[in-house]
Design a protein around this ligand. Sequence first.
Ligand code: AHR
Length: 516
Amino acid sequence: MPLTRRDWLAGAAAAVLTTRKSSAWQTAARRVTVHPDLEVGVIQPALHGHFAEHLGSCVYGGLWVGRDSAIPNINGLRKQAVEDLRAVGIPVLRWPGGCFADDYHWRDGIGPAARRPKRVNLWWGKYVEDNSFGTHEFLELCRLIGAEPYLAGNVGSGTPAELRDWMEYCNLPGESTLAEERKANGAPEPFHVRYWGVGNENWGCGGFLTAEEYAALYRRFATYLGGFGTVKPYLIACGPSSNDLDWTRRFFASMTATRLTSHVMPHGYAMHFYSSGKALAAQHTVETMQEQLSSFARMEEAIRQQRALLDTYDPERKIGLLIDEWGVWDRMDPEDEKRYGRLWQPITMRGAVAAALGLNVFHRQADKLVMCNLAQIVNVLHALLLTREDRCVRTPAYHAFDLLKAHRGRTAVRVETPQDGPLGLSVSASRQDNELAVSCVNPRHDAALRVELVLAGAQAASAAARILHDPDFNSGNTFAQPERITPRAHPVRVQAGRVEIELPPLAVLTAMVRLS
Ligand code: AHR
Protein backbone atom coordinates (compact mmCIF):
# COMPACT_ATOMS: atom_id res chain seq x y z
CA MET A 1 0.00 0.00 0.00
CA PRO A 2 1.38 3.44 -0.86
CA LEU A 3 1.67 5.71 2.13
CA THR A 4 -0.71 8.60 2.12
CA ARG A 5 0.51 12.17 2.12
CA ARG A 6 -0.60 12.39 5.73
CA ASP A 7 1.61 9.41 6.67
CA TRP A 8 4.48 10.97 4.83
CA LEU A 9 4.04 14.32 6.56
CA ALA A 10 3.82 12.57 9.92
CA GLY A 11 7.06 10.75 9.08
CA ALA A 12 8.73 13.90 7.86
CA ALA A 13 7.65 15.77 10.98
CA ALA A 14 9.09 12.99 13.13
CA ALA A 15 12.36 13.18 11.18
CA VAL A 16 12.56 16.93 11.76
CA LEU A 17 11.94 16.42 15.45
CA THR A 18 14.69 13.78 15.61
CA THR A 19 16.99 16.15 13.77
CA ARG A 20 16.38 18.91 16.24
CA LYS A 21 16.70 16.64 19.22
CA SER A 22 19.88 14.86 18.16
CA SER A 23 22.20 17.33 16.50
CA ALA A 24 22.54 19.69 13.64
CA TRP A 25 23.27 17.39 10.74
CA GLN A 26 23.05 18.43 7.14
CA THR A 27 20.64 16.84 4.69
CA ALA A 28 21.93 16.16 1.20
CA ALA A 29 19.87 15.03 -1.79
CA ARG A 30 20.98 11.90 -3.65
CA ARG A 31 19.50 10.41 -6.79
CA VAL A 32 19.86 6.66 -7.30
CA THR A 33 18.90 4.89 -10.51
CA VAL A 34 17.80 1.28 -10.20
CA HIS A 35 17.67 -0.75 -13.44
CA PRO A 36 15.05 -3.46 -12.80
CA ASP A 37 15.86 -5.11 -16.14
CA LEU A 38 19.66 -5.15 -15.92
CA GLU A 39 20.32 -8.41 -14.09
CA VAL A 40 23.58 -8.97 -12.21
CA GLY A 41 22.94 -12.50 -10.98
CA VAL A 42 21.03 -14.49 -8.40
CA ILE A 43 21.79 -13.57 -4.80
CA GLN A 44 22.54 -17.02 -3.45
CA PRO A 45 21.08 -17.26 0.07
CA ALA A 46 24.54 -18.52 1.10
CA LEU A 47 25.87 -14.97 0.60
CA HIS A 48 24.19 -14.41 3.98
CA GLY A 49 26.06 -17.31 5.62
CA HIS A 50 27.70 -17.63 9.04
CA PHE A 51 30.59 -19.17 10.90
CA ALA A 52 30.89 -20.83 14.34
CA GLU A 53 34.28 -21.74 15.77
CA HIS A 54 35.41 -23.37 18.98
CA LEU A 55 36.64 -20.00 20.15
CA GLY A 56 35.83 -18.04 23.29
CA SER A 57 32.17 -18.56 24.14
CA CYS A 58 30.86 -19.07 20.61
CA VAL A 59 30.18 -22.78 21.03
CA TYR A 60 30.68 -23.68 24.70
CA GLY A 61 28.54 -21.37 26.83
CA GLY A 62 27.05 -19.65 23.78
CA LEU A 63 25.35 -22.05 21.38
CA TRP A 64 25.95 -25.07 23.58
CA VAL A 65 24.94 -24.98 27.23
CA GLY A 66 24.76 -28.75 27.77
CA ARG A 67 21.88 -31.10 28.33
CA ASP A 68 21.90 -30.72 32.13
CA SER A 69 21.97 -26.93 32.08
CA ALA A 70 19.39 -24.84 33.95
CA ILE A 71 19.39 -22.58 30.89
CA PRO A 72 16.45 -23.57 28.65
CA ASN A 73 17.89 -25.83 25.95
CA ILE A 74 17.00 -28.25 23.20
CA ASN A 75 19.22 -31.29 23.65
CA GLY A 76 21.95 -29.04 25.06
CA LEU A 77 21.55 -26.24 22.49
CA ARG A 78 20.57 -22.85 23.91
CA LYS A 79 16.85 -22.60 23.11
CA GLN A 80 16.74 -18.83 22.73
CA ALA A 81 19.67 -18.87 20.30
CA VAL A 82 18.04 -21.62 18.25
CA GLU A 83 14.82 -19.60 18.04
CA ASP A 84 16.52 -16.32 17.18
CA LEU A 85 18.74 -17.90 14.54
CA ARG A 86 15.86 -19.79 12.98
CA ALA A 87 13.90 -16.53 12.84
CA VAL A 88 16.60 -14.55 11.04
CA GLY A 89 17.44 -17.52 8.79
CA ILE A 90 20.94 -18.98 8.62
CA PRO A 91 21.41 -20.27 5.06
CA VAL A 92 24.75 -21.95 5.79
CA LEU A 93 26.90 -22.47 8.89
CA ARG A 94 30.64 -23.22 8.80
CA TRP A 95 32.20 -25.18 11.69
CA PRO A 96 34.44 -26.00 13.67
CA GLY A 97 36.95 -23.27 12.63
CA GLY A 98 38.88 -21.20 11.69
CA CYS A 99 42.30 -21.91 13.04
CA PHE A 100 40.70 -24.46 15.36
CA ALA A 101 39.71 -26.64 12.38
CA ASP A 102 43.32 -27.48 11.54
CA ASP A 103 43.83 -28.93 15.01
CA TYR A 104 40.44 -30.65 15.31
CA HIS A 105 40.08 -34.40 15.10
CA TRP A 106 36.50 -35.28 14.41
CA ARG A 107 36.60 -38.65 16.15
CA ASP A 108 37.07 -36.76 19.45
CA GLY A 109 33.52 -35.44 19.12
CA ILE A 110 31.43 -38.58 18.49
CA GLY A 111 30.07 -41.34 20.70
CA PRO A 112 28.88 -41.17 24.30
CA ALA A 113 29.80 -37.71 25.64
CA ALA A 114 31.22 -39.06 28.89
CA ARG A 115 33.77 -41.08 26.97
CA ARG A 116 34.94 -38.32 24.65
CA PRO A 117 38.53 -37.21 25.17
CA LYS A 118 39.37 -33.85 26.67
CA ARG A 119 41.62 -31.77 24.43
CA VAL A 120 43.51 -28.52 24.65
CA ASN A 121 42.20 -25.74 22.41
CA LEU A 122 45.58 -24.78 21.03
CA TRP A 123 44.68 -21.58 19.25
CA TRP A 124 42.24 -19.86 21.52
CA GLY A 125 43.60 -19.93 25.06
CA LYS A 126 44.86 -23.48 25.61
CA TYR A 127 41.88 -24.28 27.81
CA VAL A 128 40.53 -27.81 27.88
CA GLU A 129 37.40 -28.75 25.92
CA ASP A 130 35.38 -31.86 26.73
CA ASN A 131 34.19 -32.38 23.15
CA SER A 132 30.57 -32.60 24.29
CA PHE A 133 29.77 -30.57 21.16
CA GLY A 134 30.80 -32.62 18.13
CA THR A 135 29.59 -33.66 14.71
CA HIS A 136 26.12 -34.87 15.76
CA GLU A 137 25.47 -31.84 17.95
CA PHE A 138 26.54 -29.45 15.19
CA LEU A 139 24.37 -31.16 12.61
CA GLU A 140 21.44 -31.14 15.03
CA LEU A 141 21.93 -27.38 15.44
CA CYS A 142 21.92 -26.96 11.66
CA ARG A 143 18.74 -29.00 11.40
CA LEU A 144 17.00 -26.94 14.08
CA ILE A 145 17.91 -23.56 12.59
CA GLY A 146 17.49 -24.66 8.96
CA ALA A 147 21.15 -24.09 8.03
CA GLU A 148 23.10 -26.03 5.43
CA PRO A 149 26.17 -27.43 7.22
CA TYR A 150 29.69 -26.66 6.07
CA LEU A 151 32.40 -28.77 7.69
CA ALA A 152 35.92 -27.33 7.70
CA GLY A 153 38.43 -30.19 7.42
CA ASN A 154 41.80 -30.48 9.07
CA VAL A 155 44.71 -30.22 6.65
CA GLY A 156 47.28 -28.58 8.96
CA SER A 157 47.61 -31.38 11.52
CA GLY A 158 45.35 -33.98 9.92
CA THR A 159 45.61 -36.52 7.13
CA PRO A 160 43.70 -37.24 3.92
CA ALA A 161 42.54 -40.50 5.53
CA GLU A 162 41.04 -38.68 8.52
CA LEU A 163 39.09 -36.28 6.32
CA ARG A 164 37.81 -38.92 3.88
CA ASP A 165 36.67 -40.97 6.89
CA TRP A 166 34.73 -38.00 8.28
CA MET A 167 33.02 -37.65 4.91
CA GLU A 168 32.16 -41.35 4.80
CA TYR A 169 30.91 -41.27 8.41
CA CYS A 170 28.61 -38.35 7.59
CA ASN A 171 27.36 -39.24 4.14
CA LEU A 172 27.37 -42.97 3.43
CA PRO A 173 23.89 -44.47 3.81
CA GLY A 174 25.16 -48.06 3.55
CA GLU A 175 26.92 -50.78 5.34
CA SER A 176 30.48 -49.69 6.02
CA THR A 177 31.89 -49.77 9.54
CA LEU A 178 31.91 -45.97 9.65
CA ALA A 179 28.29 -45.71 8.50
CA GLU A 180 27.31 -48.32 11.10
CA GLU A 181 29.15 -46.35 13.74
CA ARG A 182 27.16 -43.22 12.84
CA LYS A 183 23.94 -45.21 13.08
CA ALA A 184 24.97 -46.59 16.47
CA ASN A 185 25.62 -43.01 17.56
CA GLY A 186 22.02 -42.11 16.87
CA ALA A 187 21.87 -41.05 13.21
CA PRO A 188 20.36 -43.84 11.08
CA GLU A 189 20.16 -41.58 8.04
CA PRO A 190 23.23 -39.98 6.49
CA PHE A 191 23.71 -36.27 7.13
CA HIS A 192 24.20 -35.38 3.44
CA VAL A 193 26.87 -32.77 4.12
CA ARG A 194 27.74 -31.03 0.86
CA TYR A 195 30.21 -28.29 1.80
CA TRP A 196 33.71 -29.41 2.88
CA GLY A 197 36.60 -27.08 3.55
CA VAL A 198 40.04 -28.46 2.78
CA GLY A 199 42.08 -26.50 5.30
CA ASN A 200 41.81 -22.97 6.64
CA GLU A 201 44.27 -20.09 6.31
CA ASN A 202 47.00 -22.53 5.33
CA TRP A 203 49.24 -19.53 4.68
CA GLY A 204 48.96 -18.93 8.46
CA CYS A 205 47.56 -21.02 11.32
CA GLY A 206 46.79 -23.89 8.93
CA GLY A 207 50.46 -24.81 8.60
CA PHE A 208 52.29 -21.65 7.43
CA LEU A 209 52.57 -23.17 3.97
CA THR A 210 53.59 -21.58 0.70
CA ALA A 211 50.92 -21.52 -2.01
CA GLU A 212 52.77 -24.31 -3.83
CA GLU A 213 53.02 -26.48 -0.70
CA TYR A 214 49.32 -25.97 -0.04
CA ALA A 215 48.41 -26.76 -3.65
CA ALA A 216 50.33 -30.05 -3.39
CA LEU A 217 48.53 -30.93 -0.16
CA TYR A 218 45.17 -29.81 -1.57
CA ARG A 219 45.62 -32.17 -4.55
CA ARG A 220 46.50 -35.04 -2.24
CA PHE A 221 43.49 -34.50 0.03
CA ALA A 222 41.04 -33.90 -2.81
CA THR A 223 42.04 -37.15 -4.50
CA TYR A 224 40.29 -39.05 -1.69
CA LEU A 225 37.28 -36.76 -1.29
CA GLY A 226 35.24 -37.75 -4.31
CA GLY A 227 32.16 -38.41 -2.19
CA PHE A 228 30.05 -41.11 -0.57
CA GLY A 229 26.40 -41.86 -1.02
CA THR A 230 24.36 -39.56 -3.19
CA VAL A 231 26.07 -36.30 -2.24
CA LYS A 232 28.62 -34.82 -4.59
CA PRO A 233 30.82 -32.87 -2.20
CA TYR A 234 31.59 -29.25 -2.86
CA LEU A 235 35.26 -28.90 -1.91
CA ILE A 236 36.51 -25.50 -0.82
CA ALA A 237 40.17 -24.55 -1.03
CA CYS A 238 41.90 -21.99 1.13
CA GLY A 239 42.19 -18.66 -0.63
CA PRO A 240 44.04 -15.49 0.25
CA SER A 241 44.13 -13.16 3.18
CA SER A 242 42.31 -10.03 2.00
CA ASN A 243 43.33 -9.30 -1.58
CA ASP A 244 46.59 -11.24 -1.73
CA LEU A 245 46.75 -11.80 -5.49
CA ASP A 246 50.12 -13.52 -5.22
CA TRP A 247 48.65 -16.41 -3.21
CA THR A 248 45.86 -16.89 -5.76
CA ARG A 249 48.21 -16.70 -8.73
CA ARG A 250 50.67 -19.17 -7.27
CA PHE A 251 48.02 -21.59 -6.00
CA PHE A 252 46.27 -21.80 -9.37
CA ALA A 253 49.50 -21.80 -11.33
CA SER A 254 50.51 -24.83 -9.31
CA MET A 255 47.07 -26.44 -9.63
CA THR A 256 47.01 -26.03 -13.42
CA ALA A 257 50.64 -26.99 -14.00
CA THR A 258 49.65 -30.40 -15.35
CA ARG A 259 46.52 -31.60 -17.06
CA LEU A 260 46.25 -34.37 -14.49
CA THR A 261 45.11 -32.02 -11.75
CA SER A 262 41.97 -30.94 -13.57
CA HIS A 263 39.84 -33.56 -11.82
CA VAL A 264 40.91 -32.40 -8.37
CA MET A 265 40.33 -28.70 -8.96
CA PRO A 266 38.38 -27.13 -6.08
CA HIS A 267 34.71 -26.28 -6.48
CA GLY A 268 35.06 -23.23 -4.27
CA TYR A 269 37.90 -20.90 -3.39
CA ALA A 270 37.65 -19.01 -0.11
CA MET A 271 39.21 -15.67 0.70
CA HIS A 272 39.06 -14.04 4.13
CA PHE A 273 38.51 -10.32 4.49
CA TYR A 274 38.31 -8.69 7.93
CA SER A 275 37.64 -5.01 8.63
CA SER A 276 39.89 -4.18 11.51
CA GLY A 277 39.12 -1.40 13.96
CA LYS A 278 41.72 0.58 15.83
CA ALA A 279 39.44 1.25 18.83
CA LEU A 280 37.54 -0.80 21.38
CA ALA A 281 34.17 -1.70 19.89
CA ALA A 282 32.10 0.74 21.97
CA GLN A 283 34.72 3.47 22.00
CA HIS A 284 35.19 4.33 18.36
CA THR A 285 35.95 7.87 17.29
CA VAL A 286 34.62 9.30 14.06
CA GLU A 287 38.06 8.72 12.53
CA THR A 288 38.41 5.08 13.57
CA MET A 289 34.84 4.33 12.49
CA GLN A 290 35.32 5.94 9.10
CA GLU A 291 38.61 4.16 8.56
CA GLN A 292 36.94 0.83 9.31
CA LEU A 293 33.83 1.46 7.23
CA SER A 294 35.99 2.53 4.29
CA SER A 295 37.35 -1.03 4.12
CA PHE A 296 34.14 -2.24 2.45
CA ALA A 297 35.03 -0.39 -0.73
CA ARG A 298 38.37 -2.23 -0.66
CA MET A 299 36.53 -5.51 -0.11
CA GLU A 300 34.41 -4.85 -3.20
CA GLU A 301 37.53 -4.12 -5.22
CA ALA A 302 39.18 -7.27 -3.82
CA ILE A 303 36.21 -9.37 -5.00
CA ARG A 304 36.49 -7.88 -8.50
CA GLN A 305 40.23 -8.41 -8.69
CA GLN A 306 40.26 -11.92 -7.22
CA ARG A 307 37.44 -13.01 -9.54
CA ALA A 308 39.18 -11.48 -12.56
CA LEU A 309 42.37 -13.35 -11.71
CA LEU A 310 40.43 -16.57 -11.11
CA ASP A 311 38.79 -16.10 -14.51
CA THR A 312 42.19 -16.35 -16.17
CA TYR A 313 42.48 -19.93 -14.86
CA ASP A 314 38.77 -20.70 -14.88
CA PRO A 315 37.12 -18.74 -17.71
CA GLU A 316 33.86 -20.70 -17.41
CA ARG A 317 33.59 -19.81 -13.73
CA LYS A 318 33.23 -23.40 -12.60
CA ILE A 319 35.07 -22.48 -9.40
CA GLY A 320 33.00 -20.37 -7.04
CA LEU A 321 34.52 -17.50 -5.07
CA LEU A 322 33.66 -17.36 -1.36
CA ILE A 323 34.38 -14.96 1.45
CA ASP A 324 34.65 -17.55 4.16
CA GLU A 325 35.26 -15.08 6.97
CA TRP A 326 34.42 -11.39 7.06
CA GLY A 327 33.31 -8.77 9.53
CA VAL A 328 34.54 -6.14 11.96
CA TRP A 329 37.44 -7.04 14.22
CA ASP A 330 37.98 -4.29 16.76
CA ARG A 331 40.61 -3.78 19.41
CA MET A 332 39.94 -6.30 22.14
CA ASP A 333 39.44 -5.36 25.76
CA PRO A 334 41.47 -7.91 27.78
CA GLU A 335 39.01 -7.62 30.69
CA ASP A 336 36.05 -8.40 28.44
CA GLU A 337 37.96 -11.31 26.92
CA LYS A 338 38.66 -12.66 30.41
CA ARG A 339 35.02 -12.31 31.37
CA TYR A 340 33.23 -13.39 28.18
CA GLY A 341 35.80 -15.31 26.16
CA ARG A 342 38.37 -14.64 23.46
CA LEU A 343 37.48 -12.23 20.67
CA TRP A 344 34.34 -11.06 22.43
CA GLN A 345 33.31 -7.54 21.46
CA PRO A 346 30.09 -5.57 21.84
CA ILE A 347 28.22 -4.93 18.60
CA THR A 348 27.06 -1.37 18.09
CA MET A 349 25.16 0.66 15.49
CA ARG A 350 28.51 0.88 13.68
CA GLY A 351 28.46 -2.94 13.55
CA ALA A 352 25.00 -2.87 11.94
CA VAL A 353 26.15 -0.36 9.33
CA ALA A 354 29.23 -2.50 8.65
CA ALA A 355 27.14 -5.68 8.29
CA ALA A 356 24.79 -3.97 5.83
CA LEU A 357 27.65 -2.42 3.84
CA GLY A 358 29.10 -5.93 3.49
CA LEU A 359 25.79 -7.46 2.38
CA ASN A 360 25.25 -4.65 -0.13
CA VAL A 361 28.69 -5.38 -1.61
CA PHE A 362 27.81 -9.09 -1.94
CA HIS A 363 24.50 -8.29 -3.64
CA ARG A 364 26.16 -5.97 -6.14
CA GLN A 365 28.79 -8.64 -6.86
CA ALA A 366 26.31 -11.53 -6.87
CA ASP A 367 27.62 -12.79 -10.21
CA LYS A 368 31.07 -13.32 -8.68
CA LEU A 369 30.29 -14.90 -5.31
CA VAL A 370 28.75 -18.16 -4.16
CA MET A 371 29.00 -17.87 -0.37
CA CYS A 372 30.01 -15.38 2.34
CA ASN A 373 30.21 -16.23 6.05
CA LEU A 374 30.16 -13.59 8.75
CA ALA A 375 32.64 -14.18 11.59
CA GLN A 376 31.15 -15.24 13.95
CA ILE A 377 27.61 -16.16 14.84
CA VAL A 378 27.57 -15.91 18.68
CA ASN A 379 29.81 -14.07 21.19
CA VAL A 380 32.81 -13.76 18.86
CA LEU A 381 33.79 -10.81 16.63
CA HIS A 382 30.86 -9.57 14.49
CA ALA A 383 28.27 -11.60 16.38
CA LEU A 384 24.55 -11.85 15.69
CA LEU A 385 23.85 -12.85 19.28
CA LEU A 386 25.51 -12.08 22.59
CA THR A 387 24.80 -14.37 25.52
CA ARG A 388 25.44 -14.12 29.22
CA GLU A 389 24.26 -16.87 31.56
CA ASP A 390 20.60 -17.38 30.66
CA ARG A 391 20.26 -14.19 28.61
CA CYS A 392 20.60 -13.84 24.87
CA VAL A 393 20.56 -10.50 23.08
CA ARG A 394 20.06 -9.88 19.36
CA THR A 395 22.75 -7.43 18.26
CA PRO A 396 22.29 -4.60 15.74
CA ALA A 397 24.16 -6.85 13.25
CA TYR A 398 21.39 -9.45 13.71
CA HIS A 399 18.81 -6.82 12.82
CA ALA A 400 20.83 -5.68 9.79
CA PHE A 401 20.78 -9.26 8.47
CA ASP A 402 17.07 -9.41 9.20
CA LEU A 403 16.45 -6.20 7.25
CA LEU A 404 18.44 -7.37 4.23
CA LYS A 405 17.20 -10.95 4.12
CA ALA A 406 14.51 -9.95 1.63
CA HIS A 407 17.22 -10.14 -1.07
CA ARG A 408 17.98 -13.83 -0.56
CA GLY A 409 17.25 -15.85 -3.68
CA ARG A 410 16.24 -12.79 -5.72
CA THR A 411 18.06 -11.52 -8.78
CA ALA A 412 20.39 -8.62 -8.12
CA VAL A 413 19.89 -5.74 -10.54
CA ARG A 414 22.18 -2.86 -11.50
CA VAL A 415 22.16 0.27 -9.42
CA GLU A 416 23.79 3.62 -10.14
CA THR A 417 24.67 5.66 -7.06
CA PRO A 418 26.51 8.97 -6.88
CA GLN A 419 30.28 8.50 -6.60
CA ASP A 420 30.75 9.89 -3.10
CA GLY A 421 33.67 7.70 -2.07
CA PRO A 422 33.75 4.81 0.40
CA LEU A 423 31.56 6.62 2.94
CA GLY A 424 28.90 7.58 0.45
CA LEU A 425 25.39 6.14 0.24
CA SER A 426 25.51 2.37 -0.34
CA VAL A 427 22.65 0.74 -2.26
CA SER A 428 21.81 -2.74 -3.52
CA ALA A 429 18.66 -3.85 -5.30
CA SER A 430 17.14 -7.15 -6.32
CA ARG A 431 14.04 -8.20 -8.16
CA GLN A 432 11.49 -10.98 -8.01
CA ASP A 433 8.58 -10.74 -10.41
CA ASN A 434 7.00 -7.37 -9.91
CA GLU A 435 8.70 -6.46 -6.68
CA LEU A 436 12.04 -4.82 -5.96
CA ALA A 437 13.93 -5.00 -2.68
CA VAL A 438 16.17 -1.96 -2.28
CA SER A 439 18.59 -1.62 0.64
CA CYS A 440 20.18 1.74 1.45
CA VAL A 441 22.93 2.31 3.99
CA ASN A 442 24.03 5.72 5.17
CA PRO A 443 27.43 5.24 6.84
CA ARG A 444 27.84 8.93 7.67
CA HIS A 445 27.29 10.09 11.24
CA ASP A 446 26.88 13.73 10.26
CA ALA A 447 24.66 13.85 7.19
CA ALA A 448 21.11 12.78 6.48
CA LEU A 449 20.24 11.89 2.91
CA ARG A 450 17.10 12.59 0.93
CA VAL A 451 17.22 9.65 -1.47
CA GLU A 452 15.25 9.65 -4.69
CA LEU A 453 15.01 6.21 -6.30
CA VAL A 454 14.45 6.43 -10.02
CA LEU A 455 13.44 3.15 -11.68
CA ALA A 456 14.79 2.99 -15.21
CA GLY A 457 12.03 1.93 -17.59
CA ALA A 458 9.61 1.24 -14.73
CA GLN A 459 7.30 2.98 -12.28
CA ALA A 460 6.82 2.36 -8.59
CA ALA A 461 3.19 1.76 -7.64
CA SER A 462 3.72 1.50 -3.91
CA ALA A 463 6.50 1.06 -1.37
CA ALA A 464 7.03 0.27 2.29
CA ALA A 465 10.23 0.35 4.30
CA ARG A 466 11.83 -0.67 7.57
CA ILE A 467 14.81 1.07 9.09
CA LEU A 468 17.52 0.45 11.70
CA HIS A 469 18.99 3.66 13.03
CA ASP A 470 20.69 5.10 16.06
CA PRO A 471 22.49 8.43 16.03
CA ASP A 472 25.13 7.08 18.44
CA PHE A 473 27.55 4.81 16.62
CA ASN A 474 28.87 3.45 19.94
CA SER A 475 25.49 2.36 21.25
CA GLY A 476 24.29 -1.22 21.08
CA ASN A 477 21.79 -3.68 22.47
CA THR A 478 22.93 -4.50 25.97
CA PHE A 479 21.62 -6.95 28.52
CA ALA A 480 20.11 -3.95 30.34
CA GLN A 481 18.65 -2.49 27.13
CA PRO A 482 18.29 -5.38 24.68
CA GLU A 483 15.85 -3.64 22.34
CA ARG A 484 17.51 -0.24 21.97
CA ILE A 485 18.32 -0.76 18.29
CA THR A 486 15.60 -2.70 16.46
CA PRO A 487 14.01 -2.25 13.04
CA ARG A 488 10.87 -0.19 12.73
CA ALA A 489 8.60 0.94 9.94
CA HIS A 490 9.82 4.05 8.12
CA PRO A 491 7.75 6.32 5.89
CA VAL A 492 8.57 6.43 2.19
CA ARG A 493 6.81 8.39 -0.51
CA VAL A 494 5.89 7.27 -3.99
CA GLN A 495 5.70 10.24 -6.32
CA ALA A 496 5.35 10.09 -10.09
CA GLY A 497 6.62 6.50 -10.16
CA ARG A 498 9.70 7.33 -8.04
CA VAL A 499 10.41 6.52 -4.42
CA GLU A 500 11.58 9.15 -1.96
CA ILE A 501 13.25 8.17 1.27
CA GLU A 502 14.62 10.26 4.13
CA LEU A 503 17.66 8.43 5.46
CA PRO A 504 19.02 9.72 8.77
CA PRO A 505 22.73 9.41 9.56
CA LEU A 506 23.90 5.89 10.50
CA ALA A 507 20.94 4.08 9.04
CA VAL A 508 20.19 0.78 7.32
CA LEU A 509 16.92 0.59 5.41
CA THR A 510 15.17 -1.87 3.14
CA ALA A 511 12.31 -0.71 0.95
CA MET A 512 10.01 -3.18 -0.79
CA VAL A 513 8.83 -1.52 -3.99
CA ARG A 514 5.93 -2.83 -6.06
CA LEU A 515 6.21 -2.01 -9.75
CA SER A 516 3.14 -0.88 -11.63
O1 AHR B 1 37.60 -15.79 13.19
C1 AHR B 1 38.73 -15.83 14.00
C2 AHR B 1 39.97 -16.35 13.28
O2 AHR B 1 40.28 -15.47 12.25
C3 AHR B 1 39.82 -17.68 12.59
O3 AHR B 1 40.04 -18.74 13.44
C4 AHR B 1 40.87 -17.62 11.54
O4 AHR B 1 40.56 -18.37 10.41
C5 AHR B 1 41.01 -16.14 11.24
O5 AHR B 1 42.32 -15.71 11.29
